[in-house]
Design a protein around this ligand. Structure first.
Ligand code: PLP
Ligand code: SF4
Length: 392
């Protein structure tokens, strides 16, 4: 009789081999962190613990302008600064207008108030039945579950809430929100947002998503997170498997520029897609960052390669302190016109403006119709050629 091979006592506890194909090679240069061992660099908790929060921290990566120093001090009370080492490593230290730098390091203009600025630009308070829920559309709600993010985007529309240490304790808010959703059978789609929900631990996220799943009328969960951009290390295999246990779960993320399109981000997006966590991108049109068709096109075709679908292109709203990012609507429309035709329709998002005061999203479409009378509609195609179609 043959001896049975001894069973490895560890094997029973090991997770099943991941089916996830992390099939993108390469890594971004780490700049001043080149000596950090991979095990730490790829550990999202290390990234969180080592975030850059002060002038001295940031000066290790870039030489700050006087305006930036002033802005870091001046915004500290209202909307603080934080950058993960990973996101900071994407900054070009030699370019004062680097698009990653502009999104993460405050500028002097951020302290200015523009006459058009609104305190609550999207009228969220008007549609807030309980703290932490915005219920503006009949069948879906936005559910804010935290006020923290790995990186505080300078253009954030929810500035007045995000990173505010005085806003309501997330714990109570989550219970209230769950209770509200459970009592509203018309809510079939919940956008879990914040802040960035991926700042919660896996345990808390698992509980939260499980609680939503136990509500019979909640059909779809959407997880709104910028972690694929600012902290792609957050999505380890176990985290992704946990999220996939709550399907159908969609992921909404927020890539704005090709500098953010790294091998690390690609691996995360592919790993999410492999587990059926379909990703959609919500880009914000930002002056000096992505206000030209070529930048939007490059970002969007890259996203498609990672199986992330460009979903919305947002006109920046009227939040205070972001007027220096606003782009004329004309520019947005001309970007949309430039995309349609030369590039796959899959890479063309819907350009929307979130109506000031809470009107919801309004699509802005370039005008292809030249004339429309009782007989005919006359329009131009993407190449500017004229075509006619009978009016009825
Ligand atoms: C954007 C938004 C949604 C989701 O809208 P979709 O067009 O379905 O992606 C839901 N609620 C609020 C308040 C929103 O602003
Ligand atoms: S990740 Fe989202 S919520 Fe957080 S600061 Fe950026 S835009 Fe705002």
């Amino acid at each position: 009789m043959h001896d049975l091979p001894e069973r490895d006592p560890q094997a029973a506890n090991e997770p099943a081999p991941s089916p996830v194909a992390r099939d993108v090679l390469g890594a971004s240069p780490r700049g001043i962190w080149s000596d950090v061992p991979d095990a730490l660099w790829n550990d999202w908790r290390w990234q969180q613990r080592n975030r850059l929060r002060t002038v001295a921290d940031v000066e290790r990566v870039v030489r700050l302008t006087a305006g930036e120093r002033e802005a870091i001090a001046g915004t500290a009370g209202a909307f603080r600064m934080a950058l993960t080492p990973y996101y900071a490593s994407l900054i070009d230290p030699d370019d004062p207008d680097c698009p990653v730098r502009m999104q993460a390091i405050p500028r002097a203009e951020e302290l200015q108030r523009h006459p058009a600025d609104l305190d609550d630009p999207l009228g969220e308070e008007r549609f807030m039945p309980v703290a932490g829920i915005t219920h503006r559309y009949p069948d879906r709600v936005l559910f804010y579950v935290t006020h923290n993010c790995p990186v505080y985007c300078r253009h954030c529309t929810r500035k007045r809430k995000v990173s505010d240490p005085h806003s309501a304790a997330a714990h109570d808010q989550i219970a209230l929100g769950l209770d509200y959703i459970a009592r509203r059978p018309e809510v079939r789609d919940v956008l879990v947002s914040g802040g960035d929900p991926m700042t919660l631990s896996d345990e808390r996220l698992d509980q939260l998503l499980g609680a939503l799943r136990r509500i019979p009328h909640v059909e779809v969960i959407r997880l709104c997170t910028r972690n694929p951009v600012t902290l792609p290390q957050r999505f380890g295999d176990e985290t992704i498997a946990m999220l996939a246990r709550h399907h159908p779960v969609y992921v909404h993320t927020h890539f704005n520029h090709p500098r953010e399109c790294t091998p690390e981000a690609a691996r995360t997006l592919r790993a999410l897609a492999d587990r059926g966590l379909n990703c959609a991108n919500q880009m914000v049109l930002l002056k000096g960052v992505n206000d030209d068709a070529e930048t939007v096109r490059r970002t969007n075709v890259w996203l498609l390669r990672q199986r992330c679908r460009p979903y919305y292109l947002f006109q920046a709203d009227l939040a205070a302190g972001i007027s220096h990012f606003r782009v004329p609507v004309e520019t947005g429309l001309s970007i949309m016109r430039a995309l349609r035709g030369p590039v796959s329709g899959m890479a063309v998002p819907t350009y929307v403006i979130d109506a000031p005061g809470g009107g919801g999203k309004i699509p802005l479409v370039p005008d292809y119709v030249e004339s429309h009378d009782d007989d005919a509609v006359v329009f131009t195609n993407w190449q500017g050629e004229r075509y006619t179609y009978p009016a009825r």
